[in-house]
Ligand binder design. Structure first.
Ligand SMILES: C[S@@+](CC[C@H](N)C(=O)[O-])C[C@H]1O[C@@H](n2cnc3c(N)ncnc32)[C@H](O)[C@@H]1O
Length: 246
């Protein structure tokens, strides 16, 4: 088994253990009281969604973004939630059934291997993409799938830029029991995500949140790119609904 496969299996095992109580325990991470909800709301706003839009939620987990997206896109829109971990998707499926949504499909896949359907209006990833070693490729594949003017938004944690050494060590010690933080710090995935979004998208916006411990990055596919269709067209015209989804 390759190192990549081992890492992936370890990640799945980790999230299988977390899945059932993720919605509660995620409030404790990275520290209790962390302003996730306010950050999530900013990320959804940055998508610039409209009624009827199609949205892909990469590494959707238990679907905590779904109600916020549904509120804007309504029943005429569509969400595809993609995640690697079966148990997280099972929780997402429970949420979908409990809420009576009929416009959400779930796909179990590695984000790095996900075959993005063409002509989507928006792609979102929250608190997840920095965990994907091929995050820059995921940005590129998603950008290529966006319709003209479609938006890519990433919200995730990062290490603050000008952290005093003692504070960085303290933060690392707090988070270490919950994640493979040393590899994550060395890899600096937020920098790779920023560079990829700069490369692939027009008008990159990069905002550091909560003392630089998180970032909100967004950009759109330029209107002059190929495969452009007018935003707001019926979803059945977009090819999305014709794709077989798990
Ligand atoms: C911290 S949770 C975030 C879930 C959700 N996005 C949220 O905001 O609550 C990270 C999620 O990323 C998923 N994940 C990690 N690596 C992945 C990959 N390579 N492809 C797809 N999903 C992945 C995990 O299974 C987990 O559900």
């Amino acid at each position: 088994m390759s190192q990549t496969d081992r890492r992936r299996d370890h990640l799945i095992e980790t999230y299988r253990k977390k899945a059932k109580h993720y919605d509660i325990t995620s409030w404790l991470y990275p520290v209790p009281g962390y302003p996730h909800r306010a950050q999530r709301l900013r990320a959804i706003q940055a998508l610039g969604l409209r009624a009827g839009d199609s949205v892909i939620d990469i590494a959707c987990g238990t679907g905590l973004n779904f109600p916020l997206i549904e509120e804007v896109i309504g029943p005429g829109g569509r969400i595809i939630g993609v995640d690697l971990t079966d148990a997280m998707l099972a929780q997402a499926q429970d949420r979908i059934e409990a809420s009576g949504w009929s416009n959400i499909s779930l796909v179990q896949a590695d984000a790095a291997e996900f075959d993005f359907p063409a002509q989507v209006d928006a792609i979102l990833s929250t608190y997840a993409l920095t965990q994907v070693p091929g995050c820059a490729e995921v940005i590129a594949h998603g950008a290529a799938a966006l319709s003209g003017g479609g938006r890519w938004v990433v919200l995730d944690l990062k290490v603050p830029g000008r952290t005093p050494g003692w504070l960085a060590q303290l933060g690392t010690a707090i988070v270490r029991p919950f994640a493979s933080i040393d590899e994550w710090i060395m890899r600096r995935p937020w920098a790779a995500i920023r560079a990829a979004m700069q490369e692939e998208l027009a008008d990159l916006s990069w905002t550091e949140l909560f003392f630089g411990t998180a970032f909100l990055a967004s950009g759109s596919r330029g209107p002059g790119t190929s495969g452009v269709r007018p935003r707001g067209a019926a979803i059945s015209d977009r090819g999305l609904s014709k794709r077989p989804l798990a």
